[in-house]
Design a protein around this ligand. Sequence first.
Ligand code: GLA
Length: 424
Amino acid sequence: MGAQPVDDAGWHVAWSPAEGARRARDVFARAFGGDPAGDPVVGVWSAPGRVNLIGEHTDYNAGLCLPTALPHRTYVALRPRTDDVVRLASAQADGLWEADLADVGADGGAAGGVSGWGAYLAGVAWALREAGHAVGGFDAAVDSCVPFGASLSSSAALESAVAVALDDVHGLGLGGSVAGRSRLVEASVRAENDVAGAATGGLDQSASLLCRAGEALLLDFRAGLPPEEHAVPLPWDLASAGLALLAVDTRAPHRLVDGQYAARRASCERAAALLGRDSLRDVGPVALDDALAALAPHDPDGVLRRRVRHVVTETARTADVAELVRAGAYEQVGPLMTASHVSLRDDFEVTVPELDLAVDASVAAGALGARMTGGGFGGSTLALVRDVDVDAVVAHVRAAFADAGLAAPAFLLAPPSAPAGRTD
Ligand code: GLA
């Protein structure tokens, strides 16, 4: 079973596309036979993990997010079958995962349906079928350098890679346009929500399928928007400004993540219902104080009001960051990132001490701003850092973790990279 690559200096390695394809073909040949170097009926597709610059826990509140795609990708070598069987092998898991598409259903892994990591891939095929596309079974082999359990969307990378693969091999014609890719996002979200049983929003799948190299993507999750208003590319050329985005994978174990995520989502929905709104997006910053006052009688411990304050201020911060990014004022993004972290720590209460430590140590060592990224309860932080300060920030974070008696964190740089697509 292949571990994920971290080099001697503690950096998460990103494979070149050629290396990723070679690895996926190797896993395929070992599991299913054939020639790893060039079996013509086996193709390789890949999809990136993501970082979210700002806009956290806003996607399921019809709010704004601002992700970029990582250079770290999941590679899937795939051969379509003439029946409905799905057989999967992975460099990161022992044995073969096997199911019949007829047994895949919207049961979140319960009631005899499929479960385990294969549910994310077979679920995409199921969801495409549910949407009316003619999709059959397949043999597929996976290898990935997207860090697992690091809040960098390794599951969305799996779903998105298989989504573009099935689109290609069945000639669905979806991968060539933003509108078509949005259908692939929907299928990937259904796989995760309905088949794998994780009630996440659409941030991760949208990022993996819609982000583009050299750009950030402003996502607006209000219902019913046309694709070009849902996903607006913004230039994100940090390198030209002498800046970099540094991710710190704290390697903190995820604690109660599923239950806590669902609880946050339920609180937001309850607050919106109490306010008579479809979503918390409908409570703009101007109406925030009135909304908080209206919630007070229903909220003796103040929890709902803290959750609402985070969601409303976070979408406002994301809109402000988008304006700064449009203007190329990248350095000014830093303080808004740190404000986002404070809100996630104090109001939304999804950070853990390792995330807070990584943020504090990054800022103390000269980062322009830092925040957790993804769902929280463990995972990674992002720091906006001048190129010349990267080494100092890494050293300071590493020392802070050692002083606190914590396991060494791992690092990666996050230049805006390419979306899901065919690799080989
Ligand atoms: C996880 C979920 C996303 C989003 C983030 C928080 O990554 O998968 O849908 O809710 O948490 O912003």
